[in-house]
Design a binder for this molecule. Structure first.
Ligand code: KG4
Ligand code: ZN
Length: 360
């Protein structure tokens, strides 16, 4: 363990300023400053507010992480940062901070992919990832099935949502039900008192001819809104717990069925679930039951590591150092639409990214 890398990771892709410090696969600190309350009254994340909040929180959060870990910045073996995907202005704050620290401390800089970080964080909880690993990533911005044979170089997308992300559907349904923002945790809690079989909401892209690994949650969201609207128009009380439970059941049914199918089709016997929606209690329960039945080992990090945090970026950075992967150049740029296949942003890639950004 002594020669395992000590890496600080910075995450600012959305509304969480996360700074984590990892030694090998051991988590030493996970400091988070969230601006979620500043966005609540708008019903969604406001990019400009998020960027300003990152700027204010950045240095104190880095200091807090170093203090908690009990390490000096000069002891670090590298600085990792989310280079994308995410909100452009928000990412830029993290990338600029990471560059400044790496430059001043003379440490290697690793610009890494947010989605690969969501997968790699599980190493902090369950040890090194088996190769290959299937990953179901479900958050406010993403719903994807990814197959990885090496988390530092190879993440292959098998399927993704064609419209709303799973977390987005939770947030929108919560708004329809008047439950507040973010919707996932409150729908999860409310659903505990409801009947998941009360209302048969649609399961998107589940017919035989539909793409096996893609998702669609927009029709489900609309179906819930219509159902609630009809009740209200009829002057009847909306059974909020039943609607929450039945909606949640439809989402988790599709997610877990497709994830298990992807494992079976590709001969993969390890499934990890990450992203904010992986905190969902019913998703965890149903995934466990279906994986047990299919002989698949399920790995889900604890809820605090599933939502956006700096530890996940540090976890991937640490793995990059351990495997001797090339650091990023100091012309590293934030890329709001960084493809999932680009696990890290290597040397001198500025022109490739600028070029892609110019494409329509
Ligand atoms: O990964 P994350 O923190 O940020 C993104 O990258 O999007 O995910 C946030 C999303 C939100 O949509 C939130 O409603 C959802 O994760 N979420 C949940 C739960 N906790 C958070 N969804 C369902 N059940 C939960 N318990
Ligand atoms: Zn995320």
């Amino acid at each position: 363990m002594a020669d395992e890398p000590l890496v600080l990771g910075i995450e600012t892709s959305c509304d969480e300023t996360g700074v984590g410090i990892v030694h090998g696969t051991t988590l030493l600190a996970d400091a988070v400053a969230s601006s979620v309350n500043d966005h609540a009254r708008f019903g969604g994340v406001v990019p400009e507010i998020a960027s300003r909040a990152h700027l204010e929180a950045m240095i104190p959060t880095i200091q807090r992480a170093l203090d908690t870990a009990g390490v000096k910045a000069t002891d670090l073996d590298g600085i990792a940062v989310t280079a994308g995907p995410g909100l452009a202005g928000a990412l830029l704050v993290g990338v600029s901070a990471a560059k400044a620290y790496a430059w001043a401390l003379d440490k290697p800089l690793y610009g890494v992919n947010h989605l690969a970080s969501h997968i790699c964080v599980d190493q902090l909880e369950h040890g090194r990832l088996p190769e290959p690993t299937m990953a179901l990533l479900v958050s406010g911005g993403h719903s994807s099935l990814l197959l990885s044979s090496d988390i530092t170089t190879d993440v292959r997308p098998l399927g993704a949502t064609i419209d709303d992300a799973a977390g987005e559907a939770f947030d929108k349904v919560a708004r329809v039900l008047g439950l507040g923002f973010p919707g996932g945790p409150v729908v999860d809690r409310t659903a505990r008192d409801g009947d998941p079989k009360a209302i048969a909401f649609p399961r998107g892209l589940s017919n035989a001819n539909d793409p096996a690994y893609d998702f669609s949650f927009s029709g489900l969201k609309t179906a819930v809104a219509r159902w609630v609207e009809a009740k209200r128009r009829a002057g009847e009380e909306v059974p909020i717990a039943d609607v929450s439970a039945s909606f949640q059941e439809a989402v988790t049914d599709v997610l877990t069925r497709k994830a298990v199918r992807a494992c079976k089709d590709n001969g993969v016997d390890h499934l990890m679930i990450g992203g904010g929606v992986a905190a969902n209690s019913r998703l965890r329960e149903m995934a466990q039951q279906r994986c047990d039945k299919a002989g698949i080992v399920l790995r889900v990090p604890r809820p605090g590591l599933c939502t956006d945090n700096g530890a996940m970026v540090a976890a991937l950075g640490s793995e990059m150092v351990r495997r001797d992967r090339a650091p990023s150049a100091f012309d590293l740029s934030a890329d709001s639409s960084l493809p999932v296949t680009e696990v890290s942003v290597p040397h001198g890639d500025l022109h490739a990214h600028a070029h892609r950004a110019l494409k329509p």
